[in-house]
Write a protein that binds this ligand. Structure first.
Ligand code: SF4
Length: 200
């Protein structure tokens, strides 16, 4: 029988650059493929993530690749693309058995397993298309002129993140998001500091 495999775009060891867990060291496991194609016209920003390429890896190979990156860190961020398209109990249970805690960054269009230890939902669709209705943190990208989200997600933390254009974040987007947070104090600002610091 062929061993099960997952289409992985890349993995690497870095610091989480955004959200409540910002600054913490994590292994990043980027799954290939996404079910959306975000653009400035519809979502207010262009997707800047390459998720088309990838290679198939078995679970044993994935674990080895991650441990080769760092034998010490115990958090993995499952991201993409859209990780829920491939994530299943088999990989979740195996990574837990290996001693990892699992965080996920998802667009929320598919429900996330309750076994995941930290859920970040970053919706890119209309709220009625969001299936994952609970999260540790919910994060919306906002450009100048976009309103505060009317979220349908119950979360511990509500974040808005100024949209980047290429490698930079326009000052008008930052100023706009700061104003939104000041007017809506249950929200807070989240910056993509990994882009500002030019780290992965
Ligand atoms: S959901 Fe994320 S990865 Fe998918 S197209 Fe939108 S920004 Fe890109």
């Amino acid at each position: 029988m062929t061993e099960k495999n997952y289409l992985i775009n890349e993995w690497f060891y870095s610091l989480q650059g955004e959200g409540i867990r910002s600054g913490t060291p994590n292994l990043f496991l980027r799954f290939s493929a996404c079910n959306l194609s975000c653009s400035k016209e519809t979502e207010g920003f262009d997707c800047d993530t390459e998720f088309v390429s990838g290679k198939k890896w078995t679970l044993d190979e994935i674990v080895k690749n991650l441990k080769d990156c760092s034998p010490d860190v115990n958090w993995i961020i499952l991201t993409g693309g859209e990780p829920t398209l491939q994530l299943d109990d088999e990989i979740i249970d195996r990574l837990h058995r290996e001693g990892y805690k699992l965080a996920i960054e998802t667009n929320g269009t598919k429900a996330v397993s309750p076994k995941i230890d930290w859920i970040t939902v970053s919706p890119k669709t209309a709220e009625h298309a969001v299936q994952q209705k609970t999260a540790n943190e919910v994060k919306y990208v906002r450009s100048f002129g976009m309103g505060i989200p009317k979220t349908s997600i119950e979360a511990q933390h509500y974040l808005i993140s100024p949209a980047f254009e290429g490698d930079t974040v326009p000052q008008k987007n930052i100023d706009w998001c700061i104003q939104l947070v000041k007017e809506n104090p249950s929200w807070r600002l989240s910056l993509q500091t990994h882009k500002l610091l030019r780290i992965r």
